[in-house]
Design a protein around this ligand. Structure first.
Ligand code: PEP
Length: 257
């Protein structure tokens, strides 16, 4: 069986002024005494905090990520940020295709793929989000939607070292609702099989598949121990060091999922 080191990633969205960096410092301090932690830890603050967060995290095991990027490296695109700029600011990963961007900005699978390719071009890991809406789940379309998003959004030649998939049911994000462990297992198993169709077996077998959607300290252990769940993408609960630390602690003493 392939061993995959899990990843717990925090997505701060547009939460976080300079004062929020105190939570990052608190998380850094708590994790400093966890040499046996069995997971990688990533925090994705707003782009405005990347440079300061980079300095705050110096010497820690916490990696820095961003929440979106433009497909192009530079040019006349006011207000956008390229993957190269994110790398230059200290990011090692970038989330692409989050459902809030797919909904708020009408991002298509093709655009998400272009952003993932931009991330790879800049040397960043692309965290590609997929997931169904409440209606799609009710209509029994979950696997079909996830399949379409994977086929449209994952770049050809994606590798386990440069790409992470995040399964985030849209109806579970920020709502306190979560799928049952059985439902999570079904979708994650399906994603693993789909990756097998799209990528070289070695990459498909090793690629991390995160679960995201209302992960909290109280449900982390149960959700993160589901087969083929290789970590979590955490929104609201990543804003408080105590909560995020408690979620990361689901992997205390473990070496792999
Ligand atoms: C997210 O937005 O990626 C997310 C999972 O949010 P939350 O944990 O708040 O549901």
């Amino acid at each position: 069986m392939t061993t995959i080191r899990p990843l717990v990633a925090g997505n701060w969205k547009i939460n976080g002024l300079t004062a929020q960096l105190a939570e990052l410092q608190a998380l850094k301090d708590r994790l400093a005494s966890e040499p046996a932690l069995g997971a990688d830890v990533l925090v994705c603050p707003p782009a405005t905090l990347l440079a300061q967060a980079r300095w705050a995290l110096r010497g820690s095991m916490i990696a820095l990520g961003a929440q979106d990027c433009h497909p192009l490296p530079s040019g006349a695109h006011t207000g956008d940020i390229s993957a190269e700029m994110l790398a230059d600011a200290g990011a090692s990963s970038v989330i692409v295709g989050h459902s809030e961007r797919r909904t708020d900005h009408g991002e298509t699978d093709a655009l998400v793929r272009a952003k993932a390719e931009a991330a790879h071009r800049a040397g960043l890991t692309a965290i590609i989000c997929v997931g169904e809406t409440e209606k799609e789940r009710r209509d029994g379309e979950t696997l079909e939607i996830v399949k379409r998003q994977l086929r449209g959004s994952v770049p050809e030649g994606a590798r386990a070292t440069d790409t992470v998939i995040a399964y985030e049911p849209v109806w579970a994000i920020g709502t306190g609702l979560t799928p049952t462990p059985e439902d999570v297992a079904e979708v994650h198993g399906f994603i693993r099989a789909e990756l097998g169709q799209l990528l070289a077996p070695r990459e498909a077998d090793r690629m991390r598949i995160l679960y995201g959607g209302s992960v909290k300290p109280a449900n982390a252990k149960e959700l993160l121990s589901v087969k083929d769940v290789n970590g979590a993408l955490v929104g609201g609960a990543s804003l408080k060091a105590d909560d995020f630390y408690a979620i990361v602690s689901a992997y205390r003493g473990e070496n792999a999922a």
